[in-house]
Write a protein that binds this ligand. Structure first.
Ligand code: DI6
Ligand code: FE
Length: 420
């Protein structure tokens, strides 16, 4: 059967990041980064049709392919995946940054009605068009770093109407751009001021009104919550997870960011896709995460920006084979970050991850964290043709340089479009 290829990118080094790639190197193991030298990748429709050494490509398919691109030895990786962001919001929190530099803590500011609730005020006041306009430059900046899939959470509306507005905004960003947007409902992010002292009643609203409305509108692909002393207890989060399950929505959790609530292990037991932050995760709970196949999403931008010093238990996660992902956590309060490549660097410098682990963290493992591992995250036949060409020779350079702009070309589901 003659293959029918639309595009062939050839003469490239391909970091496929195929399974096993981030584990072993050396003679007996898989090549680091799943690297293919002098490689080629063929695309048919929106899928990868073939990948391998260019010399092995079937000659009739190559000759029949109308669009062959010589990559001049450049590196190709899977499109990058930012699996945890709060990209949609009104206003900014530069003033709180100043307050923290003067000595206030993130928790102090939150308890005084600032923090997440100050962004809630500005987000409620903005209409959908204004939220799209505010988020677009942030999205374009991430796309310029080779991001082809991004998760965007709600969580600054905190009532049914405004949470739906945020999720519609996120979907609009996806419809207007080649990037794939996965949306997450984060109604249990903070207690809105009108529910002061009535957290359980707010959780009732999340479970009985918001989740059914979000589900009916098809507005979210997953449900998240913030399990913390300044947010919701594991018991309250469990109720949110039960409501999500009743509507067939997968769950994930902001856990162990500021203290150890054993939220991540609880989430893992509920089959969560991921547990995120995890600085205060205990060694015992790290094992629970790994055992349940719940991805550990580390957020070095928030660690850096809050000047956290407690490191997530990387060695234990690694030793037990947890899927470790890296994301920007792009948000106005704890991680005003719009570069995923900078997160690769910080994952290495701050968390001591290897450049190979960091790249797996924004490709294969980030796909797992979104429940999309069957579609994206590696350069393998049958996956969506989300690919990036980089002006670097060695994949470690992606984590090494700071403030560079190495992205040469991006393919989004088989289409190449000018970079924003
Ligand atoms: N943890 C975070 O780092 C973000 N949300 C959360 O639960 C911060 C959100 C914000 O400060 O606006
Ligand atoms: Fe977050």
């Amino acid at each position: 059967m003659a293959a029918n290829w639309d595009i062939l990118w050839t003469n490239a080094r391909i970091a496929t990041m195929a399974p096993g790639a981030a584990k072993a190197s050396g003679p007996a193991g898989a090549a680091p980064y799943g690297l293919i030298e002098a490689g080629a990748v063929a695309v048919a429709g929106d899928e990868i049709a073939w990948v391998g050494p260019a010399a092995d490509a079937p000659g009739d398919a190559v000759r029949a392919c109308g669009h062959v691109v010589d990559c001049d030895g450049r590196l190709i990786t899977p499109g990058l995946i930012d699996c945890h962001t709060h990209l949609v919001y009104g206003g900014n929190r530069a003033r709180e940054f100043e307050m923290r530099l003067e000595g206030a803590t993130y928790e102090d500011i939150a308890r005084a009605g600032g923090g997440i609730n100050s962004t809630v005020r500005e987000t409620r006041a903005a209409d959908e068009d204004a939220l799209v306009a505010a988020a677009l430059p942030r999205l374009w900046r991430l796309m310029a770093d080779g991001v082809t899939t991004i998760e965007i959470k709600s969580g600054y509306g905190l009532d049914t109407e405004n949470e739906l507005k945020m999720l519609r905004t996120a979907r609009r960003l996806g419809a207007a751009n080649p990037v794939t947007v996965a949306t997450t409902f984060l109604g249990a992010h903070a207690l809105p001021p009108e529910y002061e002292g009535r957290a359980d009643a707010y959780i009732d609203l999340v479970c009985d009104e918001m989740i059914p409305a979000v589900s009916a509108a098809g507005a979210a692909d997953a449900v998240d919550a913030f399990c913390e002393t300044i947010a919701f207890s594991p018991k309250q989060v469990e109720r949110v997870f039960q409501a999500a399950a009743a509507h067939g929505l997968p769950v994930k959790l902001h856990a162990e960011q500021l203290s150890d609530q054993s939220g991540a292990a609880m989430a893992a037991r509920h089959g969560a896709l991921s547990a995120d932050h995890l600085e205060y995760l205990s060694d015992a709970d790290a094992k629970v995460l790994a055992a349940h196949g719940t991805a550990a999403v580390l957020l070095p931008g928030a660690f850096y920006f809050l000047r956290e010093t407690k490191l997530p238990p990387l060695a234990v996660l690694r030793a037990h084979g947890a899927a470790i992902a890296i994301a920007s956590d792009s948000n106005p309060g704890s991680s005003p970050v719009v570069s995923l490549l900078l997160m690769l660097n910080m994952a290495c410098t701050l968390f001591r991850m290897t450049p190979e682990e960091a790249l797996a963290g924004v490709t294969r493992n980030a796909a797992q964290a979104l429940g999309m591992a069957d579609r994206i995250g590696t350069v393998e036949a049958g996956k969506r043709a989300d690919l990036v060409q980089w002006r670097v020779a060695d994949p470690a350079e992606l984590a090494y340089r700071i403030g560079d702009d190495p992205c040469a070309a991006v393919m989004w589901g088989g289409h190449t479009e000018p970079r924003p």
